[in-house]
Design a protein around this ligand. Structure first.
Ligand code: UGA
Length: 444
């Protein structure tokens, strides 16, 4: 099949590359000439395990192309994916201008049937707006008879596992209101569901809401566990034991129950805000989700609160090692990352910070700018040398089994404040480390 993907951000690029890998002819369109040129040279704008290989192979084999020419893009594919960004506007609602611009371009340049597929995370009602925008552009050209369909096909990939999630999805949500579109979507996804039928067909508005409801539910689980962790600490319980206890109830399940120093990334914070804004717009306050957001804002400050409890409010003259800047492992993305809050607050209190991350140091440098007292270390151990304490923010594999004995001697004070519960308290005690996990008894 011939597919056009409008937008080569995270979702667009993974979608284009993975559909090419399945044998489709794919043309990816982006307005940014620099990005398209780099992609043509085989340079990827993001770090994502396995993606580069797929892009290079399919480009070399002639199934994956890149262009800045939207007209060429619209003419190329029978299927037109809209995968452009929907950044939060000032009021938290999703900014739809790029989606509507893409829709207008499709209406301006199409001359035969097109299946237009919303892949971006978009508020309920967007498919109708896309439909109206295309119909308007066609009418202006006197071509109102040219047929087209608009479907919603939200993406559920996780950063760091995007290729795997795309290639082996749990489910494929397709919101579709006409038979021709349903048939094409079935054919497109047939190779992904050889073992079982993963296609969940529904009406368009329900598909749009499914995407937000899924992310809101996951964010709710995390905020709930984060609060339980804080409570467990106060009550002298251990959240890791509680997590295993409740996760073994099949109705709850073990996944996504890990307490941490707050959820971040480009999806949960933005989608929670956008859903709250949509709900407020129709007079339906979402009390639970409002609390989820407040709890997460608080959680991002928990690590620095611990530093202040331990070392006092004035941190001038002190130096802290920070392990992990990405909002989660296996990505270089620092958007809404708890690390940004931690680093800024430590710097504001006069501390020096030596940060390490296996992939995200460049992105962190851009996001944080020049902060007085902030430097970056070439290795995890180098960050510890001469530091008063270690703060673990992201659970990268390289931080999981460090040389604890060396850690205890290299740190000026053997204090570890852990935002991800990576270490066994008994082992920390054994190695002479003072250990402050989340929701578990500290090792003094
Ligand atoms: C999330 C969803 O998991 C995907 O299903 C969805 O497609 C995607 O958003 C999206 O809307 O595009 P992602 O943001 O890549 O994916 O990352 P997650 O792995 O879900 O992690 C999000 C945040 O939750 C991270 O900050 C992570 O540290 C935190 N988290 C996750 C926890 O604190 N505890 C957990 O148990 C799980």
């Amino acid at each position: 099949m011939k597919l056009t993907i409008v937008g080569t951000g995270y979702v667009g690029l993974v979608t284009g590359a993975c559909f090419a890998e399945m044998g489709n002819d794919v043309l990816c369109v982006d307005l940014d000439p620099g990005k398209i040129e780099r992609l043509r040279q085989g340079e990827l704008p993001i770090f994502e395990p396995g993606l580069k290989e797929i892009v290079l192979r399919n480009a070399a084999e002639g199934r994956l192309h890149f262009t800045t020419d939207i007209q060429e893009g619209v003419r190329f594919g029978t299927m037109q994916f809209i995968a452009v960004g929907t950044p939060p506007g000032e009021d938290g609602s999703a900014d739809m201008q790029h989606v509507l611009t893409a829709a207008r371009a499709i209406g301006r340049h199409m001359s035969d049937y097109k299946l237009v597929i919303d892949k971006s995370t978009v508020p309920v009602g967007t498919a109708d707006a896309v439909q109206a925008e295309i119909a308007k552009a066609l009418a202006e050209r006197g071509m109102s008879k040219v047929p087209f369909s608009v479907v919603s096909n939200p993406e559920f990939l996780k950063e760091g596992a995007a290729v795997e999630d795309f290639m082996r999805p749990d489910r494929i949500i397709v919101g579709v209101d006409d038979d021709r579109a349903a048939l094409l979507m079935r054919a497109l996804y047939a190779p992904f569901q050889r073992q079982r039928d993963k296609l969940v067909l529904m009406d368009v508005r329900s598909a749009e809401l499914t995407k937000y409801a899924a992310n809101a539910m996951l964010a709710t689980r995390i905020s709930f566990m984060n609060e339980m962790a804080l409570l467990a600490e106060k009550l002298g319980a251990d959240i890791e034991q509680v997590r295993r206890g409740i996760g073994s109830d099949a109705r709850i399940g073990p996944q996504f129950l890990y307490p941490g120093c707050g959820y971040g990334g480009s999806c949960f914070p933005k989608d929670v805000k956008a859903l709250l804004s949509s709900a407020a717009g129709v007079g339906e306050p979402l009390h639970v989700l409002q609390a989820v957001e407040r709890a997460n804002d608080r959680q991002k400050h928990v690590l620095v609160d611990r530093v202040v409890n331990r070392f006092g409010a004035d941190l001038s003259g002190m130096r802290f090692a920070v392990w992990g800047l990405a909002f989660k492992p296996e990505t270089d993305d620092v958007r809404e990352a708890p690390s940004l809050v931690v680093v800024r607050e430590l710097a504001a209190r006069g501390a020096r910070i030596v940060a390490h991350d296996p992939e995200a140091m460049d992105r962190a440098r851009e996001a944080l700018g020049e902060l007085p007292g902030l430097e970056y270390a070439p290795s995890p151990m180098a960050a510890l040398e001469g530091s008063d304490a270690l703060i673990v923010v992201t659970e990268w594999k390289v931080y999981r089994v460090p040389d604890f004995t060396r850690m205890a001697t290299v740190l000026r004070q053997p204090v570890v404040i852990d935002g991800r519960n990576l270490y066994e308290p008994a082992m920390m005690r054994e190695c002479g480390l003072e250990y402050h996990p989340l929701g578990r008894p500290a090792v003094a």
